[in-house]
Structure formats: structure tokens, C-alpha cells
Design a protein around this ligand. Structure first.
Ligand code: GLN
Length: 383
């Protein structure tokens, strides 16, 4: 069997969700909202299942979805994308990342990764034959530095796999960080593979800046978006890939032999949803921001050291001030003894740099958040 996959453990999200089910814990681990998602978008999908086309859609995605994607990112991010040659629909952002790595790197090429990073990245890079080079980001800012980039880039760098806004840190890279990274990509002739799935889930009036818009990056960026994150429907697995035609030609070859197409009914519903008015997107952000504030406030009242969260469904707690030095052991105790599931952020570090940060998902109903806070309060009383 392939040694990369046969030596992998079950993902931390699955492990914690299973433990939460078994113990009846409040699950603030795996990132998914309590809310069922926008009903009009779900009704469009249901209608398309009953009355629409259920055979293979075009390999690149429904034309109406590619047009809606171009219009959406022109409206929200000022990008000009050609729906015919620069946009492709995949079965989720993870397929898009896996396919892009297969398509862009040859064995021995180096891939720059920023830890903490989503747990799928390293196995996918390795399986594609890439050699990971890590830039380690540390709390509380999790920002870039020229020295760290200079260490990671080399003449063999082919791809930079960059997630912004960043899961699990709930941070957004500054414009100067983006420009610094862009300069390194240009200098080393590297492609930026940009996982921007959290682009709409940003708070406090922030606006997402796509890497593709930075100087020198239009022709060397692959932008990946996710309908699951845009519409809070994480099970849908509809990914959107955007790149210049020369890149897209090769990316589409990977897609055609991985999944080939993506359910047409979901594509039709996403095409409709991308056209929803600004109020929907602003409202979604405001709702999540309110949940963030409710949960962060509750944690602070209990004495937890809460790190800033400016995007994603997550906020992090630094457990070092509690005298804790092992986030995995802490999360085990939290779920078994106190009935709250969270994610140890060390699972996102390849080299063990940080072991005292714990991630909570706040994209939940008030009752769920309050139940978790009540359990944490009981834990404190018992201590
Ligand atoms: N993106 C989700 C998270 O970060 C997890 C998805 C998964 O379970 N693989 O929590």
C-alpha cells in the first residue's frame, strides 16, 4: 500500500466528532454551522433535483455557474475572470487543491507551506511527489517575515500553498504580507495555490483581498473558493477554481480524471446563490460575528485567554496561562470530563512548534454556545 496514506491517522476532525457523539459532548470541534443554511438556495437545489438535469453536466461546470462566479468575484473582489477559460467547478475545494497539486508539481518540486495548516495539505503534497518546505507562523499575529520566506524558498520552489483567511488561526494576512509573498513568488517563478474558502467569513468590516489581485500575481495564482463556506452548507462540496488559461488547461486535466463533474443540481443552486444581494452576505457575517462575540465574551468571563478572531468559524484559546503544556491532552480531558469537544491546534503544525492553542467553532446557535460555556463554568467550579 502507499506508505503516505497507510501511515496516516484518522483526521482530528473525525476523531473529535466521534468522541463528541459517543460522550454526548457539545461539539465545537469540526467546523460546521448549526444553522441549516439559506432556505432559498436549498429550495433551488431541491427544485433542480426534481425538475432539472441529473445527468453529467459539462466537465468545467454549468455555464450559468461559471458566469455567476465571474460576476460574483467582479462585484466582491474586483476580479475580471473569463467564465469560459478561467473558471472551473470541482467537487469541493479539497478536490481542487488535490488536483492542482497533481497538475502543477513534478516529483522533487518544492512546495512552500505555512503552518499551522489544514491537515490535508501535507499528505496531498507528498502524494503528488512534492517536497514540503515550512514557514512556521506563531501566535498571536501569525504573520509572515522576509527572513522566514527566504529560508523556505529556493530555486526548486514550484508552488506556494497559501490559505487566507487562515484556518485554524482565524487571522487574515495583511496587505504587506500578501505583497511580500507575491514578490517571492515572482522572483522564484512559483505558482500561488490560494485556498481562499473563508473569504466571505470575515468580521469587523474587513474585506477579503485576493492574492490574484496583487502585483505580478494574475497569471501565477490559482484561486480556490467554496460554496460550502460561502453559503454555510459545508456538506455540499462545490468548489470554484479560478486561474489564467495556461494554468487552467492543466488543472482541468486533473479534474477530468478525479471526479470529472460535480452534481448539476447543486451547481444550479450555487449559481443562484452567488447572485444574492449584498444584504445576505453582510447578514451572514454579522450573525457569525455576533456568535463570535457571545462565545469570546463567555470564555473571557471564565478567565480564558482568547486570541483575536477576525475571520472563519473559529476562535482560539491560549492554554499556557492555565498551566497547560499539551493541547491534545487538554482537549481529551475537555471532551471526556467536561463534555465540550474542541480541536488541538498542534494537529495543524507539522513540526511541533506550538502546543498550547485550542480551537473552538463558534458557528453555532446561542443555546449550543451557552451549553458549552455552562459546562466550562462547571469545570471551573470543580477545579
Ligand atoms: N474544515 C473543517 C474544519 O476546519 C473540517 C473539515 C473536515 O472535517 N475535514 O474544522
Amino acid at each position: 500500500m502507499n506508505p503516505i496514506f497507510s501511515s496516516l491517522q484518522t483526521s482530528v476532525f473525525e476523531v473529535m466528532s466521534r468522541l463528541a457523539r459517543e460522550t454526548g459532548a457539545v461539539n465545537l470541534g469540526q467546523g460546521f454551522p448549526d444553522d441549516p443554511g439559506p432556505e432559498d438556495v436549498r429550495r433551488k437545489a431541491a427544485d433542480a433535483v426534481i425538475n432539472g438535469w441529473n445527468q453529467y453536466p459539462p466537465m468545467m461546470g454549468l455555464p450559468e455557474l461559471r458566469q455567476a462566479t465571474a460576476a460574483h468575484f467582479r462585484r466582491w473582489q474586483g476580479l475580471e475572470l473569463d467564465p469560459d477559460s478561467e473558471i472551473m467547478v470541482t467537487s469541493g475545494a479539497t478536490e481542487a487543491i488535490a488536483g492542482a497539486l497533481m497538475a502543477l508539481i513534478a516529483p522533487g518540486d518544492e512546495v512552500v507551506l505555512f503552518e499551522p495548516m489544514y491537515d490535508a495539505y501535507v499528505p496531498l503534497v507528498l502524494r503528488a511527489g512534492g517536497v514540503p518546505k515550512f514557514v512556521t507562523l506563531t501566535p498571536p499575529a501569525f504573520g509572515l517575515s522576509e527572513a522566514a520566506l527566504a529560508q523556505a524558498f529556493s530555486a526548486k520552489t514550484r508552488v506556494v500553498l497559501f490559505n487566507n483567511p487562515l484556518n485554524p488561526t482565524a487571522t487574515i494576512f495583511s496587505d504587506s504580507d500578501l505583497d511580500l509573498l507575491a514578490a517571492f513568488c515572482v522572483k522564484h517563478d512559483a505558482v500561488a495555490l490560494c485556498d481562499e474558502v473563508w473569504e466571505h467569513v470575515v468580521f469587523d468590516g474587513r474585506r477579503h483581498v485576493p492574492m490574484m489581485s496583487r502585483p505580478g500575481m494574475r497569471g501565477r495564482t490559482v484561486k480556490i473558493s467554496s460554496a460550502g463556506k460561502i453559503f454555510s452548507l459545508t456538506g455540499w462540496k462545490v468548489g470554484l477554481v479560478m486561474a489564467a488559461p495556461s494554468l487552467m488547461k492543466v488543472l482541468s486535466k486533473a479534474h477530468q480524471y478525479i471526479t470529472f463533474t460535480t452534481p448539476p443540481n447543486l451547481q444550479a443552486a450555487v449559481a443562484y446563490g452567488l447572485g444574492k444581494d449584498d444584504a445576505y452576505f453582510e447578514g451572514m457575517r454579522a450573525d457569525f460575528q455576533r456568535s463570535r462575540d457571545r462565545f469570546a465574551g463567555g470564555l473571557r468571563d471564565l478567565g480564558y485567554s482568547v486570541l483575536p478572531s477576525v475571520g472563519t468559524y473559529f476562535l482560539n484559546v491560549d492554554i499556557a496561562p492555565l498551566g497547560e503544556s499539551d493541547d491534545v491532552a487538554f482537549c481529551q480531558r475537555l471532551v471526556m470530563e467536561s463534555g465540550v469537544a474542541a480541536i488541538p491546534v498542534s494537529a495543524f503544525y507539522a513540526q511541533g512548534a506550538v502546543k498550547t492553542v485550542v480551537r473552538f467553532c463558534f458557528a453555532k446557535h446561542d443555546a449550543t454556545l451557552d451549553a458549552a460555556l455552562e459546562r466550562l463554568a462547571a469545570r471551573k467550579r470543580a477545579a
